[in-house]
Design a protein around this ligand. Structure first.
Ligand code: BG6
Length: 479
């Protein structure tokens, strides 16, 4: 037994992290466009007014907006079956409130989709990936206002209609569960609370954040229903940042702590989107945190009628949970304690391929709908040698071990339909705003001081991934 015959191998990106062209073709300013560069040790800043001498990585990113044909040709050379990318809401509705969609934006994505189809690559579209029109943040404080649901649905209507027949698989919100954590305020929900200036330390109002998340649940459910109405072939999925954690010790207090963290950070959103209602544990969590969700009449029915068709998730690392507050470690969304059995990346992310097998089994046991890993990979410092080569054996090792873990999960009986590794071409880091944290099979000459000519180079992992895809995951060998 091996990977299923039609297994969807490919790569994933997000518009704000690779396109650039931030005001071209009528595009409006997005939340990502007001975030400065940063680093592992220095947080990005959020600047309500753009500062003239400041570097904003999303403004040029890796210039995919002008180079998408070259990039897609490289993906095709690796044999991609699927390419996951996001549509920038601000290319279609620059401020989110226009009555008609922006034709230049629609045309850009139609050309990009056609380019994929020309190469036999299926497009998998994330409708909203860590950006919303900045105008909606300014006017409504993002998703905290229910009005944004209608605006999002208008946007869905425009893209479902235009790309009908060409795109069949959609994801409503990237890592929707980041809204269950303080870092998700701006990132996922478009909220800037008074006093927030710093991306890593945002002012948090849990009541507002969970109300905004509720609005996203409703928007997602309505989008599922609309997508099915417009084209019954549409498959619409959720996307969860699966933040696996273990109890730090067998102390029942740590086991319970871990269960609580897993419930709120992972299962709350998955349960609503897959099962169509809030899980029972949410009730106590909300009560204990003084959160009251204001539901409109009919919201429960909307959630029940808009269950997703498949479940997708990102997986990078794992953490441990404990009631001992002195034990800490990090990820980009959530904290936890260090696991003494695991090694970490240069950014402190603990590498855990076995955790992926555990996650796949847990999720499939819970939901029993098709699963897809839509982000996974190693952010690392790469070195471009004088002869143009990049020897990234560490990345090959990471990916190999995670693909082996997926294979084991398939043997365990999990219905896994595909895998898109994150940042298949180097792009801007979502958490730090750096280019130095590279994930790609393709190196891009673009650096954190803004220099670089955007030229593309194949890394050693490029040919390795090509061989993995050609053998449908059988041949993971490398020298
Ligand atoms: C996920 C996001 O959280 O992780 C991506 O969906 C992001 O947008 C990826 O880029 C990797 O995180 P980072 O912070 O290393 O870019």
């Amino acid at each position: 037994m091996t990977f299923p015959k039609d297994f969807l191998w490919g790569g994933a990106t997000a518009a704000n992290q690779l396109e650039g062209g931030y005001l071209e073709g009528g595009k409006g300013l997005s939340d990502a466009d007001v975030c400065t560069g940063g680093s592992h040790t220095q947080s990005k800043r959020i600047t309500p007014v753009l500062e003239p001498d400041t570097f904003y990585p999303s403004h040029d990113a890796i210039d995919h907006y002008h180079r998408y044909q070259e990039d897609i040709a490289l993906f095709a050379e690796m044999g991609f079956k699927v390419y996951r990318f996001s549509i920038a809401w601000t290319r279609i509705f620059p401020t989110g409130e226009e009555l008609e969609p922006n034709e230049a934006g629609l045309q850009f994505y139609e050309d990009l989709i056609d380019e994929c189809l020309k190469h036999g690559i299926e497009p998998l579209v994330t409708i909203s990936h860590y950006e919303m029109p900045y105008a909606l943040t300014e006017k409504y404080n993002g998703w905290s206002d229910r009005k944004v649901i209608d605006l999002y649905i208008n946007y869905c209507q425009a893209i479902f209609t235009r790309f009908k027949g060409k795109v069949k698989r959609w994801l409503t919100f990237n890592e929707i569960n980041c809204g269950a954590m303080p870092l998700g305020n701006l990132l996922g929900l478009g909220i800037i609370n008074e006093g927030t200036t710093d991306f890593m330390n945002q002012v948090d109002v849990p009541q507002r954040r969970f109300q905004a998340l509720h609005h996203q649940f409703i928007a997602s459910s309505l989008a599922v229903q609309l997508g099915h109405q417009i084209d019954s072939d549409n498959q619409i999925g959720c996307m969860i940042a699966y933040m696996m954690s273990y109890p730090l010790t067998p102390n029942p207090a740590d086991v319970l702590e871990n269960q609580k963290v897993m419930q709120i950070s992972n299962y709350l959103c998955g349960d609503v989107q897959v099962r169509g209602s809030y899980p029972t544990f949410a009730k106590r969590y909300f009560a204990e945190h003084g959160i009251e969700i204001d539901k409109a009449p009919g919201d429960d029915a909307i959630l029940a009628a808009g269950k997703v068709d498949f479940y997708t998730f990102s997986y990078y690392m794992t953490l441990c949970q404990t009631t001992d507050v002195t034990a800490k470690s990090g990820g980009n969304l959530m904290g936890g304690a260090k696991n003494p059995y695991l090694q970490s990346s240069d950014w402190g992310w603990q590498i855990d391929p076995t955790g992926l097998r555990i996650a796949l089994n847990e999720i499939y046991d819970r939901y029993q709908i098709p699963l897809m890993v839509v982000e996974n990979g190693l952010g690392a410092y790469d070195k471009l040698e004088d002869d143009g080569s990049i020897i990234d054996d560490y990345r090959i090792d990471y990916l190999k071990q995670h693909i082996e873990a997926m294979h084991e999960a398939v043997l365990d009986g999990v219905d896994l339909i595909g895998y898109t590794s994150w940042g298949c071409i180097d792009l801007v880091s979502a958490s730090t705003g750096e280019m130095a944290k590279r994930y790609g099979f393709i190196y891009v000459e673009k650096y954190d001081d803004g220099s670089g000519d955007f030229s593309r180079h194949q890394k050693k992992s490029f040919n390795w991934y090509k061989q993995v895809i050609a053998s449908n995951g059988e041949d993971l060998s490398h020298d």
